[in-house]
Design a protein around this ligand. Structure first.
Ligand code: 13P
Length: 249
């Protein structure tokens, strides 16, 4: 069975003490679902978050990384640096990285390779913009994003890849894809994977949905057969809301 995953992408929120407060509040929540829980604080708080969750069943993950091992890349962080503090999973290709930091399919392919070479798990994000959906191009856009960044990989690599469909028009807007829209796209993604790697691989990859997932809509979205979890932005910043979503499975 595919893993259920609920990951909180904190984005550029929470300083050191706020990180502590939120983690302590999370520890007071009761988890009743089988979902793997992850949180992605900013780089500056990863080490602290890692220490604070040592005896707690939450994985601390990173929001981004560079593709090079080391070198003259001012302001960047490498996979091996993340690994050295205990981070084993990284989010790559978030639409905010693509939109504001010029991340392209080409650089993302290199980042995916670097993460896998360092034995990290990747949560690979992609999704269409509103104009794409309005013009009926959402499947082509998504297919290209996946193919360009991932289809150079061997089938085996997909053991370490989680996909996250995040339609840009649904991120931080309060406008969620309907459960049917999410299901349709997730089924299309699986079909795209199956065409290249076969159904066994396609059926084994967890596909998360992200974009205005809240306690009041999580259950319906997660009830869809091809939705294996969520990548949660705003609602992951409140322990109660986040766990309401975690427990929606
Ligand atoms: O971008 C997201 C998660 O990576 C989704 O953000 P929101 O849940 O705030 O819409």
């Amino acid at each position: 069975m595919r893993k259920h995953i609920v990951a909180g992408n904190w984005k550029m929120n929470n300083d050191l003490s706020q990180t502590e407060v939120l983690i302590n509040a999370m520890k007071k929540q009761v988890k009743t679902s089988d979902a793997e829980v992850m949180i992605a604080p900013t780089f500056t708080n990863l080490w602290q978050a890692f220490q604070s969750t040592k005896d707690y069943d939450v994985e601390v993950i990173a929001q981004n990384m560079h593709f090079a091992e080391s070198g003259a890349y001012t302001g960047e962080v490498s996979a091996s640096m993340l690994k050295s503090i205990g981070v084993n999973t990284v989010i790559l290709g978030h639409s905010e990285r693509r939109a504001y930091f010029n991340e392209t399919d080409e650089t993302l392919a290199k980042k995916v390779d670097a993460a896998l070479e360092n034995e990290m798990r990747v949560i690979f994000c992609f999704g269409e913009e509103l104009a794409d959906r309005k013009s009926g191009k959402e499947e082509t856009v998504v297919e290209n994003q996946i193919k360009n960044a991932l289809f150079h990989l061997e089938a085996d690599a997909f053991k370490h890849i989680v996909l996250a469909y995040e339609p840009v028009w649904a991120i931080g807007t309060g406008e969620t894809a309907t459960p049917e829209q999410a299901q349709d796209m997730h089924a299309f993604i699986r079909k795209t994977l199956a065409a290249k790697y076969g159904t066994e691989v396609a059926d084994s990859v967890s596909i998360l949905y992200g974009g205005s997932v809240k306690p009041n809509n999580a259950q319906e979205i997660f009830s869809k057969p091809d939705v294996d979890g969520g990548l949660i932005g705003g609602a992951s910043l409140k322990a109660e809301d986040f766990f309401a979503i975690v427990n929606a499975f």
